[in-house]
Design a protein around this ligand. Structure first.
Ligand code: GLC
Ligand code: CA
Length: 544
């Protein structure tokens, strides 16, 4: 039996607001994306994960949906969406929609009805608890700050919101809610989308009274029900965002029997450079050896039993070259090194817009930031007396707007993103870091990604080879092999700015160099600063 297409796919994530503006209002839109499909086809990606473009008050940039079956006017129309699906399809690119099923906007008609009275037929679409104003049902906190409960005098009740007050949680215990959502998903399938990314999938089975939000008892039964109702009926890729996932429950989410989703999108490697017990804002150096062990654990636990997403960036995370590489002198080399490290592993690689040209974190004035999470944190910590420099340090390192500055297309005004005033500042380094320049330079990060994507198509061992970590205790080198019946790959990456020994290269002198982020030949038994290489040897006498 042929493996599902998404095991060989590379997925490109677009954050529509910041990708490309076609009409000069300063906000990226669907026609802007359509205009860049050639660029994405040349890169070689198989699918686009589109962050939400549904109708929304944009309190959380579209993750607060007021109509699941319409496009927000800032992005275009349903006709534009149909055109995007069709034009992408002609290029062999599928469109993956972002499904926000945990909550809606408070401006969704369901919630407008729900908050009118306890007797309203939509009341039970959301999660309400009795109480008195000022006496919260319990201690639950919202991810974007403050209590997770909001008082509605008309009902004399609190509603639950795990994110902002404008994102009330849907009541998944109500079968009518689930059926409405499944019908909506089916409607998008009928329009031709190729799959779905399920926003905060791990929260759907929440048990607020028990203060259990992720991995509630009903979570996997709900996902199975949804999968039977829609996903299994079609050839779709389905991706579950799960901050709480571990290597056990990942086997449920991504069971190869297809009973739940195609793959899990988990973050264990993304929450290591923070203080134990603190939040992402409480910075700590990356424990590199532990980082490698986390990857090894996931690679081995899911082998033949599940499927993982491979990513270093998305719209909620800082730029990887600023975080794990060197965004100064070694920007290009370290960006390629990170790409090599990730694309050699098993799973489906994701490229977040701009990662393929090595975009970096900006450092802006507080007034230039737009993200609700970041601004709420700033206000809370300022009020608590935390020094401003410390707060800004956290924002520079971890703020979500690091990934949301406009895509840098060229060295023209506003990086070629818009003719108007961009909704968020452009990173001033666009004059040198931009897609036009990268496309014209065969040695750029962009062309390196293009070659890595092509390798995934030509080199079977990248899809199904067994992962063996090497040099696990080494403080600088991230190395591993992938082995399948027809061959073996060695990946060796120097995560440091110094030249380091790398003895495992001995014995690979005759191997084929699949990709190497350095013009000069490999040094015997050593790696230059941020040097990375992927080598392949065939098993003679066998196929391959
Ligand atoms: C997910 C999204 C994030 C959003 C949150 C609430 O984590 O990736 O951007 O703010 O869910 O929907
Ligand atoms: Ca626009």
């Amino acid at each position: 039996m042929r493996e599902p297409w998404w095991k060989e796919a590379v997925i490109y994530q677009i954050y529509p607001k910041s990708f490309c503006d076609s009409n000069g209002d300063g906000i990226g839109d669907l026609q802007g994306i359509i205009g860049k499909l050639d660029y994405l086809q040349q890169l070689g990606v198989d699918a686009i994960w589109l962050s939400p473009v549904y109708r929304s008050p944009q309190d959380d940039n579209g993750y607060d949906i007021s109509d699941y079956q319409d496009i927000d006017p800032i992005f275009g129309t349903l006709a534009d969406m149909d055109e995007l699906i069709a034009r992408a399809g002609e290029r062999g690119i599928r469109i993956i929609m972002d499904l926000v099923l945990n909550h809606t906007s408070d401006e969704h008609p369901w919630f407008r009805e729900a908050k009118k009275s306890r007797e309203n037929p939509y009341h039970d679409y959301y999660i309400w608890r009795d109480g008195q104003e000022g006496a919260y049902p319990n201690e639950l906190r919202a991810a974007f700050g403050g209590p997770a409960w909001e008082w509605v005098p008309e009902c004399g009740q609190y509603y639950l919101h795990q994110f902002s007050v404008k994102q009330p949680d849907l009541n998944w215990e109500n079968p009518a809610v689930r059926q409405e959502l499944y019908r909506m998903i089916q409607w998008w399938v009928d329009r031709g989308v190729g799959g779905f990314r399920l926003d905060v999938a791990d929260l759907l089975g929440k048990e607020p009274d028990a203060m259990v939000m992720a991995e509630g008892k009903m979570l996997h039964p709900y996902i199975k029900e949804m999968s039977r109702a829609v996903f299994q009926q079609h050839d779709l890729v389905t991706v579950g965002e799960a901050w709480s996932a571990n290597t056990q429950n990942a086997l449920l989410y991504s069971n190869p029997d297809g009973s739940e989703l195609s793959m899990v999108f988990q973050f264990e490697h993304m929450v290591m450079d923070q203080q134990p017990g603190g939040s992402k804002w409480d910075l700590a150096p990356l424990p590199f050896v532990e980082f490698k062990k986390v990857f090894a654990k996931w690679q081995q636990a899911l082998y033949h039993k599940g499927w993982n997403s491979l990513f270093f960036e998305n719209h909620d995370l800082p730029r990887s070259v600023s975080r794990f590489g060197d965004d100064g002198a070694y920007r290009e080399r370290s960006a390629k090194m990170l790409a090599t490290c990730l694309h050699g592993m098993q799973g489906t690689p994701y490229i977040y817009q701009g990662q393929e040209i090595g975009m970096t974190n900006p450092r802006m004035e507080i007034g230039e930031y737009r993200d609700i999470e970041l601004l709420n944190m700033y206000r809370e910590r300022m009020a608590a007396g935390v020094p401003k420099e410390q707060i800004m340090g956290s924002i520079y390192a971890k703020g979500r707007d690091n990934a949301r500055t406009p895509m840098q297309w060229s060295d023209e005004k506003n990086a070629g993103f818009t003719e108007g005033e961009p909704w968020i500042s452009v990173n001033p380094n666009y004059t040198s870091v931009n897609a036009a320049r990268a496309a014209a330079d065969e040695d750029s990060v962009y062309h390196y990604y293009r070659r890595l994507i092509a390798l995934r198509k030509s080199c079977r061992v990248l899809i199904d080879g067994n992962y063996e970590p090497l040099l696990l205790e080494d403080p600088y080198v991230f190395a591993y092999t992938r082995t399948s019946p027809d061959g073996q790959i060695l990946v060796a990456c120097n995560f440091s700015g110094r030249e380091v020994p790398c003895k495992i290269l001995d014995g690979w002198e005759e191997a084929e160099v699949l990709i190497h982020n350095e013009q000069e030949a490999l040094l015997p038994g050593r790696l230059r600063p941020y040097e990375a290489v992927m080598l392949k040897r065939c098993f003679c006498g066998r196929a391959g």
